[in-house]
Design a binder for this molecule. Structure first.
Ligand code: NAD
Length: 247
C-alpha cells in the first residue's frame, strides 16, 4: 500500500517549484492534496498533476500571511476531508539586498510570508492534529537560516525563525502524537534561484561537494520521509538537503 493512502496533505506555495513537486510526490504516495497558493488561477496546473495520479485535489487560494484566510482554509479542509494529516509549510519569498540598504518593507514582507505564514498554518492544523492524536508538520527552512547568507538578512532571519518555531512546535505537540520537522534546502534549481546571476550561481556550485544544484525532487523526497512513518522517531529536527554544502 502507498505510504499516504487515505491521508490528507496541505501544501502551501504549491503552484510551482518545490511546492508543486512536493504535492506531486505526496499524491504519488497516495495522499489527497490541498493545494494552497496566492491566486486561484495558478492552482490548476498542480491540481491537474494530483488528479492525474488518481488522487483528490482541493485548490484553495490563500495568502499564508493572512490569519483569517489561513483559518478559513483549514476549516474548509476539515469540512471537505474531515481531517488533516500532513502540513507542509513551503510558501516563501525573498527580497534580497544588503542590510544597510534593506527597507522596513523588505524586512516585514519576508518575515510575514516565511515565518508568520508558517506559524499561522501550524497553529491552525495543530488544533485538529492534537484532537486526532496524529499528524506531521514539515516546514521548509533554508541553508540561509543556518549560515546567514550575505544579502539575505530578512530571509535568513525568517528561516532561522522557522527552525526554532519547528522545535517549539515539536516540543508542544509530541505528547499528542504530532511531529514537526524542518528541511533546510541548499541551492535548488527553481524560479527563485533562476533569478540569480551566472556569477553567483558559479560561486555556489564551486562550494557544493556533490557537484550539482539540488532538484525540486530532492526536497520532495525528504518531505515524503519526514511526513511518513519511516521517520516516526524524529521530531524537532532539521534535515539538511544541500549536496554537502554545509556539514
Ligand atoms: P518559488 O518562488 O518557485 O515558489 C514559491 C511559491 O510560494 C510560489 O508559488 C508563490 O506564489 C508562493 N507564495 C509566495 N508568497 C505566498 C503567500 N503569501 N501565500 C501563499 N503562497 C505564496 O520558490 P521555490 O524555490 O519553490 O521555494 C519554495 C520554498 O523553498 C520557499 O520557502 C523557499 O524559501 C525554500 N527554499 C528554496 C531554495 C531554492 O534554492 N530554490 C533554497 C532553500 C529554501
Amino acid at each position: 500500500m502507498a505510504a499516504f493512502e487515505g491521508k490528507v496533505a496541505v501544501v502551501t506555495g504549491a503552484a510551482r517549484g518545490i511546492g508543486q513537486a512536493i504535492a506531486q510526490r505526496l499524491a504519488q504516495e497516495g495522499a489527497d492534496v490541498v493545494i494552497c497558493d496566492l491566486q486561484a488561477e495558478w492552482l490548476a496546473e498542480t491540481a491537474g498533476i494530483v488528479e492525474g495520479l488518481g488522487r483528490k485535489a482541493l485548490p484553495l487560494a490563500v495568502d499564508v500571511g493572512d490569519s483569517e484566510a489561513v483559518n478559513a482554509c483549514i476549516n474548509e479542509v476539515v469540512k471537505v476531508f474531515g481531517k488533516v494529516d500532513i502540513m507542509v509549510n513551503n510558501a516563501g519569498i525573498t527580497k534580497d539586498t544588503l542590510l544597510v540598504r534593506m527597507s522596513d518593507d523588505d524586512w516585514d514582507a519576508v518575515l510575514r510570508v516565511n515565518l508568520k505564514g508558517t506559524f499561522l498554518f501550524s497553529r491552525a492544523v495543530a488544533k485538529h492534529m492534537m484532537k486526532q492524536r496524529s499528524g506531521a508538520i514539515v516546514n521548509i527552512a533554508s541553508i540561509s537560516g543556518v549560515i546567514g547568507t550575505a544579502g539575505q538578512a530578512n530571509y535568513a532571519a525568517s528561516k532561522a525563525g522557522v527552525i526554532a518555531l519547528t522545535k517549539s512546535t515539536a516540543n508542544e505537540l509530541a505528547a499528542r502524537g504530532v511531529r514537526a520537522n524542518a528541511i533546510a534546502p541548499g541551492f535548488i534549481s527553481s524560479k527563485m534561484t533562476d533569478a540569480l546571476s551566472e556569477d553567483v550561481r558559479k560561486q555556489y556550485l564551486s562550494r557544493i561537494p556533490l557537484g550539482r544544484f539540488g532538484t525540486v525532487e530532492d526536497i520532495a523526497n525528504a518531505v515524503v520521509f519526514l511526513a511518513s512513518e519511516q521517520s516516526s522517531y524524529m521530531t524537532g529536527q532539521t534535515l539538511h538537503v544541500n549536496g554537502g554544502m554545509v556539514m
